[in-house]
Design a binder for this molecule. Structure first.
Ligand code: NDP
Ligand code: MG
Length: 389
């Protein structure tokens, strides 16, 4: 029987990679649900090409426009997940909406799916307890596909954390790894969006340029694998081929290496590792797909990446991750809109941690989505109000 698939964020970078993989083996899959926000032409194209039974469109105007265009078709076009019911559970859901906006649909789909592949790190950072609770209740398998966490999942399957001295997730360093410090003032959104190794959506590309992406990924790793703070660190690895490293107490060091492409974790997670990656990936610049390239590793330069200063405070209080994530979402938006300079992103994130009201919200331990959203809203409003250029 064909596997039933849903993709949250189907018009984005991860969504399109997932669709490309599924298309190559389309006899095995039925695309039941797709979701997106406002990319009208691509939403229409995906409806015609993949014939999903349901398309959820968040943006109200675009939702109405698409609904109108396809009113004579059998597809259900919805504006949210609330009224949605499935007769049978979805086999695989891919969660790839950026930001906390992905949390509510992810929680909804945890209940309705047998397996969830989570790219949307912000939902793990802000709502892991809720996702975990429902995954246990509904017996849903959760597979992180952020490349570092997919690598850790593999490495930690065979090695217990108690036998590990240190765990590193790697960082490419983004577009400004070797930029002179005095040039940081004038970085434009266009320059910051040009990642040297990965082709990704706007938000995660800016997070990679500031290194906030790695701060979020440290939290993500702690939530997913319960790694104590002192065992977890970041290492610069410009080639982006090794994604995670574990140093064992017994002197062995293991790491996971794969080509710099999200197709690798995605395809492996979809097919439980039973694939020939050549079926999905054309590896550039090498005739042999399995050639191993030179690898370099380096410490992080605090002057290039001032955000690293918050590393010790990432899990200071139960809601610190929600607050940091919310402030960052606003600051990335403001930078992309050219309202603040690049360096203000890290500066303002640090400022919220020294605000007198910070602790009042950070010590809360939210028990449901509503409580998470309240903390998120406070931090977003605070950031907009207090933003310094
Ligand atoms: P993109 O910006 O490329 O795509 C985002 C997708 O989500 C689009 O389909 C977009 O719809 C939809 N979307 C955006 N905002 C909303 C919203 N408010 N409500 C509903 N749908 C929305 O993002 P990426 O694919 O790059 O990233 C997705 C997630 O995966 C992020 O959390 C990121 O951190 C994570 N990730 C991504 C990696 C990558 O290589 N790209 C690597 C590791 C993790 P529309 O196009 O219609 O606006
Ligand atoms: Mg990553």
């Amino acid at each position: 029987m064909k596997k039933k698939i849903s993709i949250l964020g189907s018009t984005g970078s991860i969504g399109l990679n997932a669709l490309m993989i599924l298309e190559k083996k389309k006899i095995y899959f039925d695309i039941i649900l797709l979701s997106a926000n406002k990319n009208f032409p691509l939403i229409c194209k995906q409806i015609k090409k993949y014939h999903p039974k349901i398309f959820v469109i968040t943006d109200k105007k675009i939702y109405k426009k698409v609904k109108n265009k396809f009113k004579l078709k059998t597809i259900k076009i919805l504006n949210n997940f609330k009224s949605l019911k499935f007769k049978k559970r979805i086999d695989i859901t891919i969660s790839a909406v950026p930001g906390i906006a992905g949390l509510e649909p992810t929680i909804f789909m945890v209940k309705a799916s047998k397996k969830i592949l989570i790219a949307n790190k912000e939902s793990i950072i802000c709502g892991w307890d809720l996702i975990k609770k429902d995954s246990l209740k509904y017996n849903t398998e959760i597979v992180p596909i952020d490349s570092e966490h997919f690598s850790l999942l593999n490495l930690l399957r065979e090695n217990e954390i108690k036998n590990i001295k240190k765990i590193y997730i790697t960082a490419s360093g983004g577009p400004f790894l070797n930029l002179q410090i005095n040039k940081f003032k004038n970085i434009s959104p266009r320059e910051a969006l040009k990642h040297p190794k990965w082709k990704m959506g706007k938000k995660i590309s800016i997070d990679s340029a500031t290194l906030m992406n790695k701060m979020l990924e440290l939290i993500e790793a702690q939530k997913l694998f319960k790694i104590p703070d002192y065992k977890l660190d970041i290492i610069i690895h410009p080639e982006s081929l090794v994604h995670a490293i574990i140093i064992l107490n017994n002197g062995l060091i293991k790491f996971l290496y794969h080509e710099t492409s999200m197709i690798v974790p995605l395809a492996n997670a979809i097919f439980d590792g039973n694939i020939h990656i050549q079926d999905f990936l054309q590896i550039k610049g090498s005739k042999k797909n399995d050639s191993i390239k030179n690898l370099t590793f380096d410490k992080i330069n605090k002057k290039t990446f001032p955000i690293i200063k918050i590393k010790k405070r990432l899990n200071e209080y139960p809601s610190t991750p929600i607050i940091l994530n919310a402030a960052n979402e606003i600051l990335v938006d403001q930078f992309l809109l050219k309202k603040i300079p690049f360096l203000s992103i890290s500066k303002n994130i640090m400022n919220i941690l020294s605000d007198r009201n910070y602790k009042k919200y950070a010590i809360r331990n939210p028990k449901n989505l509503n409580q998470i959203n309240k903390i998120d809203q406070w931090a977003k409003q605070w950031t907009l109000k207090k933003i310094k250029k």
